[in-house]
Ligand binder design. Sequence first.
Ligand code: MN3
Length: 202
Amino acid sequence: MGKIELPKLPYSYDALEPYIDKQTMEIHYTKHHQGYVNNYNNAVTGTPLENKTLEEVFKEVSKHPAAVRNNGGGVWNHSLFWTIMKKNGGGIPSGKLADAINSAFGNFDEFKNKFTNAAATRFGSGWAWLIVQNGKLAVTSTPNQDNPIMDVAEQKGIPILGLDVWEHAYYLKYQNRRPEYIENWWNVVNWDEVASRFNSIK
Ligand code: MN3
């Protein structure tokens, strides 16, 4: 597939204000995400991985150098992250996704509590995820830039929602108050995109 390119941000840097501030969004996208793209390309150029998709690489990521795992994950995770947020997001999902959430967790609030807890208790840097495993939903988290597609993940599945809890995602606005960042983030979740990802899996 050749060189990975930074995907276009689907909204302006200030679109998710006041929950995610403009400066954080700009630095996160132009420095962090771009950095993962550049470093991944540097790590795979001239190797057999150059022509593989990220998903193919993740299935055997334990065999590859740390730069491939960390930067490849950084590329994929942020590419998902931007799409599952939008201006005037939030609320609760409907349709088949809502049914699947109720079936897996009891109700939306139980799901939200479980996901919030996974994000809040992930020690250090990492991500919280809503994943699809054999057609069923589950909540999990991963350290650093790992994700549940990777062979190294404790709990594997296909992520349809992810929350970045690295300090770079919230520190300028929230400093050490990760729980406040998580609580506010629910106001920008793009449930249409999450549902679309869910519906495309089965
Ligand atoms: Mn990040």
